[in-house]
Write a new protein. Sequence first.
Length: 116
Amino acid sequence: MDKKTLGNAGEDLACRYLEKNGYKILERNVRYSRFCELDIVAQLKDTTVFVEVKTRSTDVCGTPIEAVTKSKYENIKKGVYFYLENHKVKKYRIDVIGITLKPEMKIEHFRNISMQ
């Protein structure tokens, strides 16, 4: 499976997971630049949730969550700020969902992340 197909499959799984847990998917793949894309924008009650999805076929080379570096986080924040400029949002947070497909599928959801 190529990288793009793997990423799309992971985002589809993440959307199903979020919907099953009460989230409403508002948008997917909101792109502001080559480096700045919001994978999923969702709503949970009165909170807009910006979700970064990282998918790995296995965790042999590290977990999906380890792929969210400080520079990746900064790019996500830029995307959030662009989004906030164009939408009326009162309350928001940034989440990360890590998906590992093998040896068995595992979904990890980290809520309200921040990096120092």
